[in-house]
Design a protein. Structure first.
Length: 369
């Protein structure tokens, strides 16, 4: 990847003032790194010819994103996963550290958000393992902290095999194998139901964000982006540093921008998030992926049952966990479902917490105190 001279922040502020102050620059945890350390956090493989081709069409990409509002009138003019009816469905911002593992962070964040939003479960403890994604599947594909990787092959592995939770393979920055992966991980994992290629299709990107909560996006990082401190980012320099993967959590047609979650820690940008103008830096036109559903196979502990529902139909009994939302009792054995229902009803009446083991939206086992 290109390695440039560090940005002159004073000169950048002057440039921004001349441009009408579209966004704020500031010193932060990323600007305090060496240039080599900054570039190492840009983990999407960079191709100069591909970059030039995409950036030559920047104006068309911006116009297409603006026109998406009229092309899909059913979509809201703005969406922000951090405030849906006053509820925040995002998971905490993380820091990838000194490793080009951004594709794992952008993809995993999208999976976590889709899981929470589609089930309307904002308190679901969805903390998936970037280490499993990158040091497991990425390493199998030949990726490491120096090469980076792409979201498409990772999403395919997340669909076919699944990604475990953080506590089964905690992330630390630095090349490593998957020897620390808990052997029981197939029983504690999330799987992508389906994913789509939304590249160059801002209507599809907006639709997937508004329907599922988030999408994966890659972008070209220019030298001034490292010092972003807030506002709607529009690049002020031609010096490109490399490629980066993030998670889109919203958009705003009035501001002509996307809202994104980064993986450089909460002290960067707008508490770890940033806004970027439509058409900027290839944000809609380079490795954009929609995630259309995420399922779990895992124990979810210590939650109260807030509701129970059933009717006369066979195998149609549902329980509402305070962290998880609605799940069906899915043992396929009527007597077992009846016994679980009785235990859940007793726990609900007592206000006691239970543990639920679910597989693809169905409660398979419970334990109650």
């Amino acid at each position: 990847m290109p390695v440039n001279e560090p940005m002159d922040l004073a000169a950048l502020r002057t440039t921004l003032e001349s441009a009408g102050s579209p966004w704020r620059s500031t010193g932060n945890s990323i600007t305090r790194l060496t240039e080599e350390q900054r570039v190492r956090r840009l983990g999407v493989p960079f191709d100069g010819a591909e970059h030039a081709e995409i950036m030559a069409a920047q104006d068309q990409h911006r116009e297409a994103a603006l026109a998406a509002a009229s092309q899909a009138a059913e979509l809201p003019a703005a969406f922000d996963l951090r405030s849906i009816g006053g509820v925040d469905y995002t998971t905490p911002v993380k820091d990838q550290g000194n490793c080009g593992s951004c594709c794992a962070f952008g993809t995993v964040a999208t999976m976590e958000h889709v899981l929470r939003y589609t089930d309307r479960a904002p308190y679901l403890p969805a903390d998936l393992s970037e280490a499993h994604a990158f040091y497991g599947y990425g390493r199998e594909a030949g990726a490491n902290c120096d090469t980076g990787w792409l979201p498409e092959p990772l999403l395919e592995k997340a669909r076919s095999s699944g990604i475990t939770f953080e506590d089964y393979f905690p992330y630390t920055a630095g090349n490593q194998d998957s020897s620390r992966l808990n052997a029981d991980w197939p029983n504690r994992r999330a799987n992508v139901v389906n994913w789509t290629n939304d590249t160059n299709d801002p209507v599809a990107i907006k639709r997937d964000i508004a329907t599922y909560g988030s999408t994966v996006a890659c972008m070209f990082v220019y030298q001034d982006f490292f010092s972003y401190g807030g506002g709607v980012y529009r690049r002020q320099t031609d010096k490109v540093a490399g490629g980066h993967c993030v998670c889109l959590v919203g958009y705003d047609d009035a501001q002509s921008c996307w809202i994104a979650k980064n993986s450089w820690g909460p002290d960067w940008g707008e508490h770890g998030f940033f806004r970027i103008g439509y058409g900027e830096c290839g944000i809609e036109s380079w490795h954009n992926c929609g995630v259309q559903g995420v399922t779990l196979r895992a124990w979810l502990e210590d939650q109260r049952i807030l509701g129970l529902w059933s009717n006369e139909a066979d195998a149609n009994v549902w329980a509402y966990g305070e962290q998880r939302g609605w799940l069906s009792l899915g043992s396929d054995v009527a007597a077992t479902d009846a016994a679980m229902l009785a235990e859940l009803a007793a726990s609900k009446s007592a206000g006691a917490k239970v543990g639920l083991f679910e597989d693809d939206g169905h409660i398979q086992q419970i334990y109650a105190w």
